[in-house]
Design a protein around this ligand. Sequence first.
Ligand SMILES: [Zn+2]
Ligand SMILES: [Zn+2]
Length: 359
Amino acid sequence: MATDLGGDFCLVCGAEPPLFGDRMCEPCLRARTVLAKVPENVPWVRCARCGIVEIDGKWENTTEDEVWDELLHRNLVVHERAEDIQLGMEPVKVSDRHTLLHIQLEGVIDNLLFQEEHTMRARMANGVCLTCTRRAGNYFEATVQLRSSARRLSEDEFTKLRRTLDAVLEKLSDDPMFFITTEGPVTGGYDVVLGSKGLARAWGRHLVNEYGGMVVETNSTVGRKDGVDVTRLTLLYRKPGYEIGDVVHWRNHVWRPSAWTKDGAIMERVDRRERTGATWRDLESAKVVAQRHELVEVEFVNEDASVGEFLNPTTWTMESVRLPYEHTPGRTGLLVRYDDAWLGLPFMAMDAPEPPEEA
Ligand SMILES: [Zn+2]
Ligand SMILES: [Zn+2]
């Protein structure tokens, strides 16, 4: 602040007021004050294998412009009394490794406007990030085993399951350990070996939410490092091989799942009116007899109280089947081949013909 109290003068040259800051006249203050200090050279490290950048000890996927901003904010030291700071920067590449950052800066110290230009040389060094180090060493923490229950899945179905990992990876933060070490088909399934247990568990949760079924975790100790057990996780996911409306053999009878529940399915028995809730664990022993699209729909030519006759649509011969317990005369039949014979299925809500439109 300018001051006019009797006898004040510049402590450096003895000039008359106005005086600023540490009781100096403007020329003396300007001669002894810099708005900002920047180092001449600043190093930064980029992974030579994958191109990600180390910032403050963390490896991040970032653009060069973000690197320049980061280097500027980390290295620019602004005068402690400076206010209203305006900053501009122009990067000029001089070689693959060297970039000059031209900085224009203005700010106010003790009511005096300062304008400065600085140049900082950003020097890139090659490094190898944690992910690439561990990938190169075939590092892994977890194996996810994709399998199925009740029916063997097709290769396409496994491909679809595997693809959900890409979606999970996209949604998660870019943790450097979220990588795939190896993967490939195995007998009856598909295995994916991962750099992170957290990633394995996140994918497991996603699979259960999306397709039902359950995950079984096994931890094994593979050694000790720095006094701590080193463990590996094996995560077995079995996708239920049945959908709502399929026909399954379970607990010595034939059933159809009619709805999913939080931890399993509602099962409806085929040979009598019975419905029960079953958990995924209960259903581990189920076997698919037929998928819903494999069921055969027929018109009955003759029917009595218990048996219906129909024309087999593939062989064009007359055959007969025991009518399901809730059959109503004249209704179509929904049949499945079971134990070398036809089995008539009671209708579930999803099988019933569309109800007539309400008037
Ligand atoms: Zn002075
Ligand atoms: Zn890397």
